[in-house]
Design a protein around this ligand. Structure first.
Ligand code: ATP
Length: 361
């Protein structure tokens, strides 16, 4: 296990002289804690695999440094970095048994036979592979083969980190759900640094203690699932995480007031001196906007539809040109399409050019 530091790390597949905006990974400085469970989350093409491959050494960065426990390994080979990696599709030897597949990474490193046997038993147990240990891998289902791949990634206890690149893509939906929780339990049991790449927020939030969100080649926020939900540092995090995502609405903001469509919304913090020329928006999660009967002094909105999600109902509403999602309080039935919106000031955030503005208390 190792602490991993990225220092001003950046990568362009077009070489170091490419325009900064075209870099697949824009400069990032951050630390991955020893023993942490991380998810690297973002949409397709945002740079997740690039960052993972820079850490494993499959790709050499255009700029910056990577340190493992303080030692500079930027130019070191994948082999030297001592990383285990699990890919989207199973990487196993069909001609070997399940047990031999699991033992292979340990045999390769010259681990004593008794230690190999004990560790293979432990990993097979954790992944429910014990009944298959003597079966040839070739006859197993795609799900079982990917479990073996996971096992091979987890079997060594001396790796700097285990990297997973969308490892549950080929897994059947029901088993996917089980394996997601299992991986979290495995992390607790095995005490390894794990980085899990996914575009699926449920997978990321189930597995990770810390979720690192990427957008357009940039790490835009790194935090606990609760931090990402409560205080998105970037509007992208607001609407990418949560279902429905955060409402992001253009507004004029000064002091403790935001103005939308001529109506004033109270803010918990004070915002003075916002730079002129920047795009100001407010962000508020649908969970913190309630619809209510039309009333003077409240922001008027028109309901377009109501989505009943079982335990909670969300209304899709329109305010001028803006579309928002708002909670329908339990027991409330709107009389018509005209309603009011009630915001919880403690959960209304202000963004300048997509970045969170802290405000003053
Ligand atoms: P996905 O989930 O689709 O794999 P990702 O978030 O992992 O996406 P990357 O694969 O890191 O994203 O890609 C980031 C950007 O770099 C994309 O614009 C992609 O087209 C580009 N890219 C990735 N690999 C290469 C390569 N070998 N050569 C040139 N461009 C590449």
């Amino acid at each position: 296990m190792a602490r991993i530091d990225l220092v001003d790390l950046a990568h362009s597949y077009g070489g170091n002289d490419a325009p900064p905006a075209s870099f697949a990974l824009k400069p990032v400085t951050m630390t991955w804690r020893q023993g942490g469970a991380y998810a690297l989350l973002g949409p397709s093409g945002c740079g997740k695999t690039t960052l993972l491959n820079l850490i494993s050494g499959i790709v050499t960065p255009s700029r910056g440094k990577i340190l493992f426990d303080g030692a500079d390994i930027t130019q070191a080979t994948t082999q030297k970095r001592n990383i285990a990696q699990v890919f989207q599709f199973p990487v196993i030897y069909d001609t070997m048994t399940v047990g031999e597949n699991l033992a292979f990474p340990l045999k390769n490193r010259g681990v004593p036979a008794a230690d190999i046997a004990a560790r293979v038993r432990q990993i097979a147990d954790l992944l429910d592979l014990t009944p298959y240990l003597n079966r040839k891998a070739t006859r197993l289902t795609a799900d079982a083969k990917q479990k073996i791949s996971l096992g091979r990634g987890l079997v060594r206890s001396d790796v700097a980190a285990v990297l997973f690149d969308e490892p549950l893509t080929v897994i059947d939906p029901e088993l996917k759900w089980q394996l997601r929780s299992k991986l979290k339990a495995l992390h607790r049991e095995l005490d390894l640094t794990m980085i899990y790449v996914t575009h699926d927020q449920t997978e990321a939030l189930t597995f990770a203690d810390t979720v690192v969100v990427m957008h357009d080649g940039r790490v835009v926020q790194s935090g606990t699932p609760a931090e990402l939900f409560d205080k998105p540092a970037h509007t992208f995090v607001g609407y990418f995480i949560g279902s429905p995502g955060m409402n992001i609405v253009p507004a004029q903001v000064s002091g403790r007031e935001a103005r939308i469509d001529g109506h004033i919304i109270a803010l918990k913090r004070s915002y003075n001196g916002l730079a002129p020329g920047v795009r100001i928006e407010i962000g508020v999660r649908p969970e913190f906007v309630d619809i209510a009967a039309p009333a003077p002094g409240l922001l008027a909105a028109d309901i377009e539809r109501i989505d009943d999600l079982g335990r909670v109902r969300f209304a899709r509403v329109r305010v001028g040109d803006a579309k928002l999602a708002a909670r329908v309080p339990p027991g409330f039935s709107p009389a018509g399409s005209g309603v009011s919106l009630v915001f919880d000031p403690a959960h209304v955030h202000v963004y300048a050019d997509s970045l969170l503005v802290e405000g003053a208390s």
